[in-house]
Design a protein around this ligand. Structure first.
Ligand code: BTN
Length: 327
């Protein structure tokens, strides 16, 4: 009932009277008032004016399933939105759902993660309220070898959403870290399950450092948050909606074209490494080269100092700036 009232307040363009709310929901005005009180306690700013009724002035920062479903209702590829207060890892849970044959287009969103996972076996800082911790469960009709391309699209979606919503100049560090001012604000972990040559499901896990006031320099040595960079708290829910909207457009184009070609110019324009000297950290040792561009396989094309041009693939190799993480 409380969620239903919230939905009605969100959809209303003006004040909704206590009487209208009680009629719409078949409950007494006192019951309506109690639900409003509960919503206020959760952080929703609701104006109550005698003779006019209630008006939703500001959303709470916390997630609410009903509200998220409403905010994301125009994102067509999303068929289900699941919201958690706490969870081990949204990627782990998405994989559990994937194995249970949940459908395509499930979004899992958690306030915190007790076992947030990063790439290369690292952990991902996932304190309550500090960031966006979400995973998408997808079942795209693509080849397993193309699955990592979804990570690149997700990176591009986050980069665009962050720039739009915060005004910060965000970029991508190849392959898919989103950076602001040379420090990392977002990481993406894609995992998949395949059966013979077919994808069973893909999980795209996105972690964005949004409102952390400081970053643990041991756990996240190159990290920063959007709030630190912008000097003010950011609205997580607006950023989530923007990421998913951007992702949907990119995902549909990708499924239609079956390739990265439509995104390459865009990607290369916002990639911090393109045109820079990079340190390539390969299993056999590191060397310096010039990063030329990302190609349509998702590989970074580099020119070695002896003039040789070669592709590097993100699985085995990472790239740094000459002096630090990016520069
Ligand atoms: C990286 O190391 O750069 C990738 C970090 C990915 C973190 C996200 S947070 C939501 C999802 N659940 C996880 O356990 N990890 C991903």
């Amino acid at each position: 009932m409380k969620d239903k009232i919230l939905r009605q307040l969100m959809e209303a363009t003006d004040y909704l009277s206590g009487e209208a709310l009680s009629r719409l929901n078949g409950v007494s005005r006192t019951a309506v008032w109690k639900h409003i009180k509960k919503l206020k306690e959760e952080g929703y700013e609701i104006l109550s004016v005698t003779n006019r009724g209630y008006k939703l002035q500001r959303m709470a920062d916390g997630y609410n399933r009903e509200e998220m479903a409403l905010l994301l209702k125009d994102i067509r590829f999303l068929k289900d939105v699941r919201v958690y207060d706490t969870i081990d890892s949204t990627n782990q849970e998405a994989k559990r759902l994937g194995a249970e044959a949940a459908g395509e287009g499930v979004l899992l969103l958690s306030e915190e993660q007790t076992g947030g996972k990063g790439r290369r076996g690292r952990t991902w800082l996932s304190n309550k309220g500090d960031g966006i911790f979400m995973s998408l469960l997808l079942r795209p009709a693509i080849l397993p070898i193309q699955a990592s391309m979804l990570t690149l699209l997700a990176g591009l979606a986050v980069q665009r959403a962050v720039s739009e919503e915060t005004g910060l100049d965000s970029r991508i560090k190849w392959p898919n870290d989103v950076v602001v001012g040379g420090r990392k604000v977002c990481g993406i972990l894609t995992e998949m399950s395949t059966d013979m040559e077919e994808i069973q499901y893909v999980v795209v896990g996105i972690g964005v450092n949004v409102n952390a006031a400081s970053m643990d320099c041991q756990a996240a040595p190159h990290g920063t948050s959007l709030a630190i960079e912008a000097g003010m708290t950011q609205d997580r829910k607006r950023i989530i909606c923007a990421i998913l909207k951007e992702f949907e457009a990119l995902y549909n184009t990708f499924l239609e074209s079956g390739s990265l070609d439509p995104f390459l110019d865009n990607y290369n324009r916002v990639c911090v490494n393109v045109g820079s000297r990079v340190r390539v950290e390969a299993p056999g040792g590191s060397y310096v080269a010039e990063a030329l561009h990302m190609d349509n396989t998702g590989a970074l094309v580099i020119r070695m100092d002896n003039g040789e041009v070669r592709q590097i693939h993100s699985g085995e190799i990472s790239v740094r700036g000459l002096y630090g993480y990016v520069d």
